[in-house]
Design a protein around this ligand. Structure first.
Ligand SMILES: [Zn+2]
Length: 196
């Protein structure tokens, strides 16, 4: 991983681009760089060691990718399909995902923390040991997934389904769950409160 720095523009706390003192928004070529990064991930199947915090991408077919050791945090993703992709050591924290599909993905030790997911689906996925702490999940589905030992601590989870899932050891303490279904899942094996 490259060294994590914050943007040198006054008052900006966003992550810098690689080899830059500035974030994507404050970089004078930001729009061009964003377009190039979008083209790169659209056209590349094995995306490895790619660091582009702040990526904005919409309407992208990103199915069957391998995304390994990448920083795609602080991004904005709308109408993107990551179906059947593999994510390994990828960070997608502090991002916004709207109407994105993560169906049938395999994510290994990935960080989705402090992101928001609205109208997204992770159905049928292998999501063992991932970090969703501090996320807002709205109208999103994890049904048919293995979520063993993933963390959903301090989340807002609304109108979201965890049906027919393995939720053994999944942590939900501090989360607000509203209209959340665990039908056909082993809800009793998940952890909703810290033991005192
Ligand atoms: Zn900045």
């Amino acid at each position: 991983m490259y060294t994590r720095k914050t943007c040198s523009s006054p008052g900006c706390s966003a992550r810098t681009l690689p080899n830059s003192e500035l974030c994507l928004e404050h970089h004078e070529d930001g729009e061009t760089l964003n377009a190039m990064a979008g083209d790169y991930i659209r056209e590349t199947t094995l995306i490895r060691d790619f660091f582009f915090p702040g990526l904005r991408i919409a309407n992208a077919d990103l199915r069957s990718k391998q995304i390994i050791n990448c920083d795609l945090s602080y991004g904005y993703y709308e109408n993107c399909s990551f179906e059947s992709s593999v994510f390994q050591f990828a960070v997608l924290n502090h991002s916004h995902f709207v109407n994105c599909s993560f169906k049938n993905i395999r994510a290994i030790e990935c960080v989705f923390a402090c992101s928001s997911f609205k109208d997204c689906s992770f159905d049928g996925s292998d999501l063992v040991q991932n970090n969703f702490n501090g996320c807002a999940l709205i109208n999103t589905s994890f049904s048919g997934s293995d979520l063993m030992y993933s963390r959903f601590i301090n989340c807002n989870i609304h109108f979201t389904d965890y049906e027919d899932c393995n939720v053994k050891g999944v942590m939900f303490p501090g989360s607000q769950l509203k209209e959340v279904s665990f039908k056909y899942s082993n809800r009793e094996d998940a952890i909703f409160e810290y033991e005192h």
